[in-house]
Ligand binder design. Structure first.
Ligand code: ADP
Length: 270
């Protein structure tokens, strides 16, 4: 097993779209992150794995512009920066899809697809939303990602959790995201639905986006991941390229390795 620091980066000397180096974040006395580094490349999936309390949400919030880091550096396209708001992150091409998607369940799929960015037509008092354009575009964009929704007029609340995640991914791609951050997109889904979502993660990657996939499921991570960053109680316990770690090793690391052995001993019948 080789740590990625020692391995040649895939893609040689490409500049990462996002690079965190030794990032830390405190909430008052609580150190939520310490010395965390990761790279996100165009056309690659970087997986961040960790249990509850590992610091995954904090990491997302820093990349999404919701919180600022206290230590270390954040660089976008090789340029060191600080994101002051989610709007700024979005303007710089970073789209974040949260687990509890911000959708309006009773509104049609097309309306949710364009929510907040509705195209308009006409002038003066006749100015109104271009509904037909939104319907057509939503259908075409979903189709391009391989989602064939017969009826984009149905309320988004009637779609399955997996389909809703896919609509959110297609939306980010349509609005020109370069980096897609996915917050545990498969956490609440069954096996089949998870597979559907991972297919769209791969589709976004194949369209050249850099993807950050947050998950606690090593199997899901390994299906699409190019790089793996493991977090535990705010610190990095490992960083690997795909060539540097097998699924078994990744699963072992997530299961706690030695800790699991200790537990097995403890639980054994006397
Ligand atoms: P994860 O998403 O992996 O479960 P979090 O990033 O939510 O981890 O949390 C990392 C640590 O930071 C935890 O110990 C958590 O209690 C703490 N934490 C997270 N958000 C806050 C906050 N707003 N205020 C204080 N502590 C926080």
């Amino acid at each position: 097993m080789t740590q990625s620091e020692n391995a040649a980066p895939r893609g040689g000397s490409r500049t990462p779209l996002v690079e965190l180096s030794g990032v830390s974040k405190n909430y008052g006395n609580v150190r939520a992150l310490e010395g965390v580094s990761l790279e996100v490349y165009a056309g690659d999936v970087t997986c961040v794995l960790g249990d509850n309390g590992a610091g995954k949400s904090t990491l997302i919030k820093i990349i999404a512009g919701l919180h600022q880091h206290d230590g270390g550096t954040l660089a976008l396209g090789g340029e060191e920066t600080r994101l002051s708001s989610p709007r700024e992150a979005l303007d710089r091409g970073i789209a974040t899809v949260y687990q509890d998607l911000a959708v309006v369940p009773l509104m049609p799929v097309w309306r949710n697809f364009f929510l907040g960015s509705e195209p308009r037509k006409g002038r003066g008092p006749f100015r109104r939303m271009d509904v037909e354009h939104m319907r057509r575009t939503t259908h075409a964009e979903l189709l391009r990602m391989g989602i064939d929704l017969r009826d984009v007029d149905q309320p988004i609340g009637t779609l399955s959790g997996g389909e809703r995640q896919c609509v959110a991914i297609a939306r980010a791609v349509h609005f020109g995201a370069k980096v897609l951050v996915l917050d545990e997109p498969t956490a609440a889904l069954g096996v089949k639905q998870s597979g559907v979502v991972l297919k769209y993660v791969a589709a976004a990657r194949d369209q050249g986006l850099g993807v950050v996939l947050i998950t606690h499921n090593p199997h899901h991570a390994y299906l699409v991941g190019d790089r793996f960053v493991l977090l535990k109680r705010g610190t990095m316990t490992g960083a690997y390229t795909r060539e540097g770690i097998t699924l078994d090793e990744l699963t072992g690391q997530m299961a706690g390795g030695n800790e699991l052995d200790d537990l097995r001993h403890e639980l054994r019948r006397r």
